[in-house]
Ligand binder design. Structure first.
Ligand code: ADP
Ligand code: MG
Length: 503
């Protein structure tokens, strides 16, 4: 398995290393009059064919160098040869070939077809019939394997069914999203669903209602095969943000129970403009900000939210070393509006649009970072007064921790103990105007060194006392003295243990 992956990686590397000059390719989706596109230097042309409801759907376009880097699974069809075939190539208009799903029906090679016409009828029949029969038997066995398992995926059969699942995932009608994603995250590249599957899912979503607005575009609730999904729609002006967020969500091994579950990205051209979609799991309670505005939480509820947010952040921040590892990631926009509340009483971190990845080999950050991104109210003192050391990745993590402390403060205020709690407020609500400038924030946070008030009554409840102490340790002006996300997570988890022992 590892060897195959290494070989695939080597193949990808070799094919990418080959590419140099810009290419012109056939582009079915492009609105240009002659339906062509340019790849830019080091790009490639691609063509694909996919079985959708038993019909072959073809697609052809360009891949930019950036796309080739981020979507290296894209040029390989080996995982699902019966459902999707794709081809990347590197000469002008080379993607004009016609691919077919069924063996024997390729017509992309002149030589092959010329040879075929000179073959005898018996040879020809054998060449076509034998693979076709084998394929049919394979498909029937695969379909039965999937139907037998239903929606609740049985881990013990994972090995045997892995290939069949990959092949059949689009054709199987009773697969729920959770299982599709689980199948791919355990058998695929570890970075999510293949791009064509993402696209197919996105194009069969029916939008229902607008549920939120943020920095970029609008978030909608949509339906896919009866299941709710969230669709973040970016305008074509914000293409870079769309691409960036999709890229971050597809970071290998990012998937975690406390990070918003990414389903897919799609760029849909409707003739006059391009709509850019990010599809994710839908959480009907919306953001923690919305939730705390409406409801109070119990002590247990507060602890579980706090543990899950800290766990999500600890996972983001952590570097996992190895071929199936993940880089350390800093979020850079932690706030209650970017945390979503799940139905089971836990929370997930969302909106990874401003996140940055750390390359520990070169000790560099993956994108040129401008220092004052994020939400002013939640900016750490070193960002407000521009003393942040942009060369050290640790500083970005420490700024996240400061913001995490502010989210904990919003959460703890809504914790109801013996019927007592505070109203919902944003951090520094009593010290700055409703849409504060950087200067407003800097005066309060850096010059006056003020922090949100920790009420005295929190001392009489163990969990609130611990939360108050944690917040202070997240808010130190000296960023190096702040706790790490892992430390925060462990400290609150201990409150659960102590509580359990007392009970
Ligand atoms: P932006 O980058 O524009 O800030 P976000 O991803 O933060 O966009 O989403 C904006 C708002 O949309 C959130 O604060 C939340 O209220 C809502 N929202 C986003 N994603 C989901 C989701 N998966 N389920 C439910 N609501 C969501
Ligand atoms: Mg947001």
């Amino acid at each position: 398995m590892t060897r195959t992956r290494t070989m695939e990686a080597a193949l990808i590397f070799l094919s990418i290393a080959h590419l140099t000059a810009a290419l012109r390719c056939v582009c079915q989706l492009c609105t240009t009059t002659n339906h062509t596109c340019d790849t830019g230097a080091d790009g490639a042309c691609w063509s694909s064919v996919m079985l959708v409801d038993g019909m072959e759907k073809t697609d052809r376009s360009c891949m930019s160098p950036a796309e080739m880097k981020a979507e290296n699974v894209y040029c390989f069809s080996s995982r699902m040869p019966n459902v999707v075939k794709r081809n990347c190539c590197k000469t002008d208009f080379c993607n004009n070939e016609t691919l077919h799903i069924h063996p024997g029906s390729f017509d992309n090679s002149d030589n092959k077809s010329k040879k075929a016409t000179t073959w005898g009828r018996l040879e020809l029949a054998l060449v076509i019939l034998v693979p076709s029969c084998l394929l049919c038997v394979g498909i029937v066995v695969g379909v039965f394997a999937i139907l037998g398992q239903g929606c609740a995926y049985n881990r013990t059969h994972k090995q045997d069914a892995e290939e069949a699942l990959g092949d059949q995932m689009l054709m199987s009608t009773d697969k729920c999203l959770k299982d599709l994603i689980y199948d791919m995250s355990t058998s695929g590249s570890g970075s999510g669903l293949p791009l064509l599957v993402q696209r197919t899912i996105a194009r069969t979503i029916v939008l229902q209602e607008s549920i939120g607005k943020g920095r970029f575009g609008e978030v909608w609730r949509g339906k896919w095969r009866g299941e709710d999904v969230a669709v973040k729609i970016f305008s074509s002006r914000d293409e870079r943000s769309w691409f960036r967020e999709a890229e971050i969500y597809q970071t290998i091994m990012l998937r975690h129970e406390n990070i918003l579950g990414f389903i897919g990205a799609d760029n849909k051209d409707n003739g006059s403009w391009t709509q850019l979609w990010l599809v994710s799991e839908y959480h009907e309670h919306g953001s923690l900000f919305d939730y705390l505005n409406r409801y109070t939480v119990s002590v247990e509820g507060m602890i579980v939210y706090a543990v899950s947010i800290a766990s999500g952040l600890a996972h983001l921040h952590m570097e996992i070393i190895g071929t199936q590892g993940k880089p350390a990631i800093a979020h850079r926009d932690i706030k209650s509006k970017n945390v979503l509340v799940k139905k089971n009483g836990t929370a997930v971190i969302a909106d990874l649009g401003l996140a940055v990845k750390h390359d520990s080999n070169t000790n560099t950050i993956d994108i040129p970072s401008n220092h004052r991104v994020g939400t002013k109210r939640y900016m750490a003192p070193e960002i407000l007064d521009e003393t942040i050391n942009m060369r050290s990745f640790e500083t970005f993590k420490r700024a996240d921790i400061y913001a995490l402390g502010l989210v904990f403060w919003e959460l703890a205020r809504r914790c109801s103990v013996r019927g007592l709690h505070e109203d919902f407020q944003l951090p520094y609500y009593d010290l700055v105007p409703s849409d504060p400038s950087i200067e407003d924030m800097r005066k309060v946070v850096c010059d006056q060194k003020l922090r949100p008030n920790i009420p005295n009554q929190w001392q009489s409840c163990e969990a609130l006392r611990v939360m108050g102490k944690l917040m202070r340790e997240c808010w130190y002006a000296n960023a190096a003295a702040r706790l790490t996300a892992l430390r925060v997570k462990k400290t609150i988890s201990q409150v659960i243990v102590i509580k359990d022992i007392k009970d």
